[in-house]
Design a protein. Structure first.
Length: 486
């Protein structure tokens, strides 16, 4: 019965998770898991680990069901091997919730109320647990801008803690003091959002603006490389149309949009790329470089002005394991025989923003917009006025994954109080304002263009200064509970 409760909780939490859309379930989905963890005459830490791992595996298996088809299509491995790898991925990411469940159980044994234990356990787990696809459960509330505003104070961990505290209070309604404290925290968060939103909107009204266009060419899977000429034609034609109608200051193309690649030291874009559109371009292009005698790739972004002159470059820093590089392959070369299609991309060394008309633009490639700590580093080192993400979510297929990616990325706009522009290959392209609201977006697997005005803001947020302090506080509180119990 306990296993069924844990699995049911995984389903409910998945339905409430970012990208699926039933956000009220995010506030109750963990309640069956809490019941499972405390059910029975002799609960134990090992039992809590196992049940929570089941919960997390169900949650991640449903969220990333597309992984089997992606591995099957791009790895070259047989179906059975793809199933095993996908299961390993789901179990690995489910391990975050195994840590969460064990910490929750230990805090409960030390006398903590369910709500407080849940808030502390999720903040500590999300702070420390490594993830290939970093996800924060608090992003489930991405559709409620008034609730999102607190992430400028403490990042996604603060929102996750609030979300799980509500779950804990609903599980243990008789703990009246804890329930009252959670209700007060929820009211304070909503009041903060209600007061802060007009202030941010006022700063938007007086800020300088640029008009940005986005081209989504909709080249599926590997067709970006196998049909490079067609992809380039779509990009150039759409850019010409945007330049003639919307007259944007800058047009953004997706990651690796110019699949033909460009020389390492190129100073001027070829005429075929600009197409005579007379507009500045920010786009991704594959580039080759020799590292220790071996040829490697660079996942590069180039900014070119209206004349085609290169004004700035950025090479992706945070690479995707197994996709762009194979962990330990340099130390153990025989590993490449196990995953021959893993990329050989060299990481960039600088996070400096790109200069554009007196402003600074931060380019974030692929999943870099899902990394709050990395984006915080970018903001602290370069103080950009605008965040731009160039990505290719075609790997996910026609699934919820592109919508999950967008929902997770929305929090970066609020954390940093900057506009976030996202240009994707097959969707979902979008423009997110500094309040976390999606003001323009495309469909999924559609060929279209977007344009919107974006305000160029300055200034720092508490999150930029303090970072993930809720996780540090949670760890300290859990250690204190453990010592007090002993």
């Amino acid at each position: 019965m306990s296993a069924l409760l844990a699995a049911l909780a995984g389903v409910l939490a998945w339905l409430g998770f970012a990208g699926i859309g039933f956000w009220p379930l995010a506030l109750v989905g963990f309640v069956p898991l809490f019941a499972a963890l405390e059910r029975g005459a002799r609960p134990s830490g090992w039992r809590a680990l196992g049940l929570s791992l089941l919960f997390g595996t169900v949650l991640w298996g449903l969220s990333c069901h597309w992984l089997v088809a992606t591995l099957r299509g791009f790895s070259g491995l047989p179906l059975f091997a793809c199933l095993v790898l996908a299961l390993g991925f789901w179990l690995f990411h489910g391990g975050l919730f195994a840590c969460f469940g064990w910490l929750w159980w230990r805090a409960r044994r030390a006398g903590a109320p369910a709500a407080g234990a849940a808030a502390l356990a999720i903040a500590a787990s999300e702070l420390l647990y490594p993830q290939l696809f970093p996800s924060y459960y608090g992003a489930s509330l991405h559709g409620l801008p008034v609730a999102l505003q607190i992430v400028e104070l403490g990042g996604p961990l603060l929102l996750s803690g609030l979300c799980l505290a509500v779950n804990g209070a609903l599980y243990e309604p008789r703990a009246r003091r804890a329930a009252a404290a959670v209700a007060a925290c929820v009211a304070a968060a909503l009041l903060y959002g209600a007061l802060r939103m007009p202030q941010v909107e006022a700063s938007l009204a007086g800020a300088p603006r640029l008009r940005v266009g986005i081209v989504q060419p909709n080249m599926e899977g590997l067709s970006k490389w196998t049909q490079a000429a067609e992809g380039e034609r779509r990009l150039v034609e759409a850019t010409r149309q945007l330049a003639a109608t919307a007259r944007p200051d800058l047009v953004v193309w997706p990651e690796n949009a110019w699949a033909a690649g460009l020389p390492l030291r190129v100073e001027r874009a070829p005429e075929a790329l600009t197409g005579g559109a007379a507009t500045a371009l920010l786009f991704g292009s594959a580039t080759r470089v020799r590292v220790r005698g071996e040829e490697r790739g660079l996942n590069r972004v180039l900014l070119v002005d209206e004349r085609g002159d290169v004004q700035g470059r950025y090479d992706k820093v945070e690479l995707l394991a197994f996709g762009e590089y194979l962990p330990l392959a340099d130390e153990l070369p025989w590993l490449r025989s196990l995953s021959p299609r893993s990329g050989r991309v060299h990481p960039g060394l600088r996070v400096a923003p790109l200069p554009f008309r007196g402003f600074r633009i931060a380019a974030l490639v692929c999943l870099e917009d899902m990394l709050p700590r990395y984006v915080r580093r970018v903001m602290r080192e370069g103080a950009p006025h605008l965040l731009v993400n160039l990505t290719n979510d075609a790997w996910f297929g026609d699934s919820h994954a592109p919508w999950i990616h967008l929902a997770l990325a929305q929090l970066r706009a609020v954390e940093q109080r900057r506009y976030l522009v996202r240009a994707t290959n097959t969707g979902v392209s979008a423009v997110v304002d500094p309040l976390g609201r999606v003001v323009a977006r495309s469909g999924s697997f559609t060929r279209e263009t977007l344009d919107a005005e974006v305000a160029m803001l300055e200034g720092r947020t508490p999150y930029q200064t303090l970072g993930d302090w809720p996780g540090v506080v949670a760890l300290a509180a859990l250690l204190w509970l453990a010592v007090r119990r002993r």
